[in-house]
Design a protein. Structure first.
Length: 412
């Protein structure tokens, strides 16, 4: 899989962004059922289910903006709007995509989710993921795009050294999530095997991928992380992995916890480190930046007040466009008249008696007719008045034409 390309833009503190894979047979149907249920329960204000091609053609705010097009591999586009604390409105778009490799049955359907609130995001708000996807273990929507990793569960590190290093590299280069590696000092009992996500606030719960190292993996995992990521994994502790490109605010010691008790109790220190890391400025991958731009500029689910404001904006834009066209037409007409006047002066007033130009005439036709008056028949040459030296009009008959007998003596 290709590495993420990142831009110089950092993710705004008002946004929630996620990308994963759905491994089930009917991802769009799972989304529809969840949206319908949440709207009926009053959790959502409203939602839309759009065909990507129709959505691109009918983009409300910027009809010709290319960012409104989610791309040729897009399958479906969903929009939802809801309110959180103090009536803060949240808008979100979820797009499903065909798998990058159709040959792999396990590749699943990729989804990209962008949500933005009217103020800085609060980790205790509901997760945007569960507004679209059912918050149930029976629906396999919560897989990372990095093969073999999932949200809401623990992911044990590979036994093979090469595969371990590959997974670590992919985690920091391809994933949009926060990756935490926890080492088990000893094999935990059932309460200690529950994932960190059960202790995280709702909006962080679906942004964290937890890796687990078994007791015997202490040295191999520490060596691989030191070699690939320049971080160390303490025995019985945890470390939050950096992302690429590396943020200047990331410090391995700052995001390392020396001891984590996997006994079912809340690991407060580690949870605080995760929240602190998640709040750091993070460069946006190109795809994330496009998703956020599409959310802002390709939004369709308008409230009545927004529809009215949009209609007024469009009326203003059309009026301005009409006024610009009118001014352009007037300038064009003035230029045409000035050109005709200049040609009339240049031809010695030959055009002064031609009357006003017809409405359907164009400056090009006027120029063609005017220059036509200067043409001469190549077989006859040009007649000149010896006294004046001016060019005769070829349309007039010569006063001294020997063929008409006008120069004969009347008496003869």
């Amino acid at each position: 899989m290709a590495e993420n390309r990142t831009s110089s833009t950092t993710a705004p503190d008002t946004a929630w962004l996620g990308r994963g894979r759905h491994l089930g047979p009917e991802p769009e149907q799972d989304v529809r059922r969840n949206l319908i249920a949440l709207k009926a329960a009053g959790v959502l204000d409203d939602f839309l289910d759009l065909d990507p091609a129709d959505a691109a053609r009918s983009t409300v705010l910027h009809p010709r903006d290319e960012t409104a097009d989610p791309g040729p591999s897009a399958r479906r586009l969903f929009e939802a709007r809801w309110r959180v604390a103090d009536d803060v409105t949240v808008r979100a778009q979820l797009t499903t995509y065909d798998p990058e490799s159709r040959r792999k049955d396990s590749a699943g359907v990729t989804w990209v989710l962008a949500a933005e609130a009217e103020r800085a995001w609060d980790a205790h708000w509901p997760s945007p993921a569960t507004m679209f996807w059912p918050d149930s273990d029976r629906v396999a929507w919560d897989h990372d795009t990095v093969h073999g990793l999932s949200l809401r569960t623990t992911n044990h590190l590979p036994k093979d050294d090469d595969e371990l290093r590959r997974r670590l590299r992919d985690s920091i280069r391809q994933s949009w999530f926060v990756h935490v590696v926890v080492h088990e000092a000893m094999t935990p009992d059932a309460p200690g095997q529950q994932p960190l996500s059960t202790f995280l606030p709702p909006s962080l719960r679906h942004r964290v991928v937890e890796h687990r190292g078994t007791p015997e993996q202490a040295q191999i995992a520490d060596f691989a992380m030191k070699r690939e990521l320049s971080v160390r994994m303490p025995r019985g502790g945890a470390v939050i992995l950096p992302v690429e490109p590396l943020s200047p605010e990331y410090d391995a010691e700052r995001f390392t916890v020396r001891s984590v008790f996997l006994d079912g109790s809340e690991p407060t220190e580690l949870l605080d480190k995760i929240a602190e890391f998640a709040a750091l400025p993070r460069p946006l991958p190109d795809e994330a930046e496009r998703a956020l731009t599409r959310l802002r500029q390709g939004w369709h689910l308008l409230t009545p007040d927004e529809e009215l404001g949009h209609a007024q904006t469009m009326v203003t834009k059309y009026a301005e466009a009409l006024d610009a066209m009118t001014k352009s037409r007037d300038l064009y007409r003035e230029a045409a008249e000035a050109a005709r006047a200049a040609l009339a002066d240049a031809s010695g007033g030959g055009l002064t008696g031609s009357g006003p130009a017809k409405a359907e005439g164009s400056p090009l036709s006027a120029l063609t007719k005017a220059f036509g008056r200067f043409r001469r028949d190549p077989g006859k040459g040009s007649a000149k008045d010896p006294g004046e030296g001016s060019v005769k009009d070829p349309g007039e008959s010569s006063a001294k034409d020997p063929g008409d007998g006008s120069d004969r003596d009347p008496g003869k």
